[in-house]
Design a protein around this ligand. Structure first.
Ligand code: ATP
Ligand code: MG
Length: 598
């Protein structure tokens, strides 16, 4: 920050100095709200939160070297007393930003991808000059001014993430550090509850481009109709990014590799260059294009933009972190946060990354969705249940709608797979030519068993293949033995009881081992078989076999999810972990990964 004497801080915030504060004592920063982050020269801002009161930590902050405390009541030691500490923090940041005339401020907003895009963009601006960008999300009425206060006279760029939890929030944030460039990624369903509708969310996010000056640039996603429409709400010039021809900055020929990483040609009005992302998930293309468009507007050559995007690895934790255990189990830790859109993006990425492998997911009910919550959570369940998983764990409270949706979709997927299989076998019988269902690059001709559970390269179940689930070597009973969901009862919407386990949907009797083996009480030639196909040995002498059941389990928390998974996982499996922030599911991922290290 630009050093400020306490007298000036009191003046900016209309505060009163107490506790023998020396008006000439200089605050050099950082300004912090966490006493553990205090350094010599800091100003400690005492915020009274729901659980903790910063004033209780004033003495600790002073011991750590704080020059003074910005507080709402006198504390032990020098303080600037103000009526509202958060408002005073904003005033301080506003005054500092006004003094930083050499800084270009870039604001990023959207329902999903702000942090990821901010990290990419900060990488680009750092190629031009010293850049300040928040650590992690830091995007609200506290994080935003704290970030602004980190800038000093050397700073050339501030890349700021702006979040809206209601109408007017972004407008307030743009008053602190008025942006010259405003990037809007998407309008989704995050915080739908407080807003009451997507249009209201668009209204709130559009406050960013309304705040831009005539000389500024609005960087808008052409592929999102509600974002595209924001072009009419700004005085600034508009640059579109997207996949389609109409976008000035666009991705052409997007290809996604087997791990779910995209590559494409970045096209701009002044040339093109190839990009190969190291970030996981196709949604990273949207974020990369947004960053590229802002970088382009700042005058960066397209080759430099492409090279930086290609070199970028995740900066902020728990967003599509992909880690392979020594035994080949791949863990996708996307547990930072979740909303309906980022859930969908994560499942899409996971389908690609986990193709041909047994896939499991740990999820939790989404929050802050208001009246739509139960319906959107049932939809999440349907997404998970229909995505060809071998098993699904739903952690935490309010899991009812998720479990219900998952159960229904899994049963439908299984029934569809079974019908396709039956039809295929009937056709084969009619033609009297014994033909096994042969997945893309799969089993040898003449093999009548289910697809091997390892190394299968065909499309995942949720990508249009209607055969039996490819990822399990279970040779089970004939179709007539498979009762379609006998007596399966969805828990009521209030949430399943702790420890409640849905029986495998549509599968055989409850009580089977968690995964992989043949269901209890059902025998098949050759006994339980966990490995690849038995080449040339059609189970049941060429009889049909059932499509795979998905196991769906409810557990109370992140730790219990890890314990449950431990019993399921086999070498080579893939796991997706994703839930709302409050569930802390990164703990599940960490436990699963730690388990392998022991
Ligand atoms: N463009 C995108 N579309 C959909 N999902 C995305 C997109 N970009 C990132 N995600 C996913 O959304 C989640 C949050 O990503 P990120 O932290 O970048 O977003 P954010 O907007 O900063 O979120 P928050 O509002 O929680 O700060 C992650 O799971 C990430 O994988
Ligand atoms: Mg964020």
């Amino acid at each position: 920050m630009i050093p400020l004497p306490l007298a000036r801080i009191a003046e900016i915030t209309s505060g009163a100095l107490t506790g023998m504060a020396d008006p000439r004592a200089v605050v050099r920063g950082p300004v912090v709200i966490d006493s553990r982050a205090v350094e010599p020269g800091s100003l400690f801002v005492a915020i009274k939160g729901a659980r903790v009161d910063g004033h209780d930590y004033a003495a600790q902050a002073m011991r750590a070297g704080a020059v003074a405390v910005l507080a709402t009541r006198p504390v032990e030691g020098p303080a600037v007393i103000v009526p509202d500490a958060a408002a005073a923090l904003a005033e301080l940041a506003t005054a500092q930003a006004a003094a930083l005339t050499q800084v270009t401020v870039i604001g990023v907003t959207g329902s999903a991808g702000k942090t990821s895009t901010k990290d990419l963009l900060a990488r680009l601006t750092a190629r031009i000059g010293p850049t300040i960008a928040p650590v992690g999300s830091f995007n609200n009425e506290l994080g935003h001014p704290l970030t602004v206060l980190r800038a000093d006279l050397d700073t050339r760029f501030m890349v700021l993430e702006l979040a809206a939890r209601n109408i007017g929030h972004i407008k307030d944030l743009t008053r602190i550090a008025p942006p010259q460039i405003g990037v809007v990624l998407n309008v989704g369903t995050a915080h739908l509850g407080v807003f009451g509708g997507k249009e209201a969310i668009a209204k709130a996010k559009g406050e960013l481009v309304e705040a831009l000056p005539r000389t500024g640039v609005a960087v808008l996603n052409a592929d999102d109709p509600l974002v595209r429409a924001m072009a009419s709400r700004t005085d600034a010039r508009v640059t579109f990014f997207g996949r389609g021809e109409s976008a000035a900055i666009r991705a052409e020929g997007v290809l996604v590799d087997a791990r779910g990483r995209a590559s494409f040609t970045l096209r701009t009005p002044s040339g093109a260059a190839p990009v190969t992302l190291q970030l996981y998930g196709e949604h990273a293309v949207e974020n990369a294009l947004a960053a590229a468009a802002a970088g382009y507007e700042l005058g960066l050559p397209v080759a430099t933009i492409a090279a930086e995007l290609s070199a970028a690895t995740p900066v902020s934790r728990w967003r599509m972190e992909v880690t392979d255990r020594a035994d080949g189990v791949t863990v996708v830790n996307d547990a930072y946060n979740a909303n309906p859109d980022s859930m969908r993006a994560a499942f899409e990425a996971f389908a690609v990354l986990g193709r041909g492998r047994r896939r499991f997911a740990v999820i939790a009910a989404l929050r802050e969705l208001g009246e739509e919550g139960p319906a959107l959570n049932a939809e999440l369940g349907r997404l998970a249940g229909g995505s060809g998983l071998a098993g699904l764990i739903v952690a935490g409270p309010d899991a009812g709608p998720v479990l219900e949706g998952a159960g229904a979709a899994a049963a439908e997927a299984q029934a569809a797979a079974q019908a396709a299989l039956d039809a295929q076998l009937a056709a084969q019988a009619a033609a009297a030519v014994p033909q096994a269902p042969v997945p893309h690059h799969g089993a040898p001709q003449g093999w009548h068993g289910p697809a091997p559970d390892q190394g299968w390269q065909g499309p995942a179940l949720d990508q249009g293949w209607n055969g039996p689930a490819p990822d399990q070597g279970w040779h089970g009973p004939a179709p007539e033995q498979v009762a379609p969901q006998p007596g399966w009862q969805a828990p009521d919407a209030g949430g399943a009881p702790q420890g409640w386990q849905a029986p495998p949907v549509g599968g055989p009797v409850p009580g089977q081992p968690p995964m992989g083996g043949a269901p209890a009480g059902i025998s098949h030639p050759g006994g339980p078989h966990m490995g690849g196909p038995v080449a040339g040995a059609p189970p049941g002498g060429g009889a049909a076999y059932p499509a795979q059941a998905m196991r769906i389990v409810h557990v109370p928390d992140a730790e219990a999810a890890a314990a449950e998974l431990a019993g399921w996982l086999r070498p080579g499996d893939a796991v997706l972990v994703k839930g709302p922030r409050a569930m802390g599911l990164e703990r599940t991922a960490e436990l699963v990964l730690g388990g392998a290290a022991q």
